[in-house]
Unconditional design. Structure first.
Length: 72
């Protein structure tokens, strides 16, 4: 039973790497866009924060699933 939990933890943690990559892409694109259009910084920041919130929500769901795996 412990081996199955370890494998399920490993599989459940894989999308967290994708979330880290997504956050890097969001803020990297934000910095590039601000470099091209500094006057649009406020609008671009709002869009970057919306993307950040969506990725963080996905991460919270993944951590909740990992918590459920740990409890059972």
């Amino acid at each position: 039973m412990k081996a199955i939990k370890c494998v399920s933890f490993a599989v459940a943690l894989l999308p967290l790497g994708g979330c880290a990559i997504a956050l890097g892409m969001i803020f990297g694109s934000f910095l590039r866009a601000v470099a091209y259009a500094p006057d649009m910084e406020d609008a671009l920041f709002g869009h970057a924060m919306m993307g950040f919130a969506l990725v963080e929500t996905f991460m919270a769901v993944i951590l909740a699933i990992i918590g459920l795996i740990y409890v059972t």
